[in-house]
Design a protein around this ligand. Structure first.
Ligand code: SF4
Ligand code: SF4
Length: 64
């Protein structure tokens, strides 16, 4: 399981990138993406997914 960023909703604000405990989020050409291979859904590090917690846009960082 991993989270993903819904491209259509992402404003590119970058708030999520440095909150990820696994450095799973990166920016490529103005779009932010989550490397599913690195995403642990924050298990063991935080009580909730930090990307979703800090994202100012609802329904942008979602579990898949
Ligand atoms: S759920 Fe946690 S580990 Fe996964 S991308 Fe978001 S901040 Fe990173
Ligand atoms: S915090 Fe949300 S809107 Fe901002 S770059 Fe991350 S996914 Fe996009």
């Amino acid at each position: 399981m991993a989270y993903k960023i819904v491209e259509a909703n992402c404003t590119g604000c970058g708030a999520c990138e440095f909150e990820c405990p696994n450095q799973a989020i990166s920016e490529k050409g103005g779009l932010f993406i989550i490397d599913a291979a690195k995403c642990t859904e924050c298990e063991g590090a935080f009580d909730s997914a930090q990307c979703a917690a800090v994202c100012p846009v609802d329904d942008t960082c979602i579990p898949v």
